[in-house]
Write a protein of this length. Sequence first.
Length: 236
Amino acid sequence: MKQNTRWLVRKCCVVVATLLLVFPGYAVDKPADKPTVPATEALARLKAGNARFVKGQRAPVNYITERHKLVAGQQPYAIVLSCSDSRVPPELVFDESLGRVFVIRVAGNVTDPEDLGSIEYAAEHLHSKLLVVLGHESCGAVKATLDGGKVSPNLEAIIRKIEPAAKRARQRGLDPEATLRLAVSENVREQMDNALKESEVLKEMVEKKDLTVLGAVYHLGSGKVEWLGHGLATGK
């Protein structure tokens, strides 16, 4: 009996050790033990950070201290779905440091199952109350959609997501530059809608007012983030 018990204990230890080796964040990737940040406060922080970025006045950061504090877990106050464009890094655009913003980046800031799963994780398990879909002017993915032409199958998957927004922009009969600007904004709104259409988790959280969804467009020259109207819900 004792031998069986010792064997079972050793077996459990091996399983736990294996989990920690294969999934090193498994035991520590949990919300930090601090109050959840309401969506209104989260938005205010992002706006203040962007104002500093525009002026070139970055807040002081002690990365060594912050790294040690974040070993025990994370609780980002906002989620940002942004384009992969190298000119638009959200942590810099919003002048934030480690552990503050949960960022998902993909060309054209489009939604797909992997991106939505990441967003669901941050909203459900890390308790972030604000989701921002961040587009940017002169977006190459949006321009490629407007221009048409043959692309690879993987790029085609991105373009299919953007096409409804591009179609709405084309129908306005504007010049190419204005059409692109409009298509960028329309694409942000399109992906906001898609996030709720394609994720029952996010839709339910919005309906319960546990999550706020906002759209924004980044301006390359000024560094300013333009906010597009009101959110779909006000997170608690």
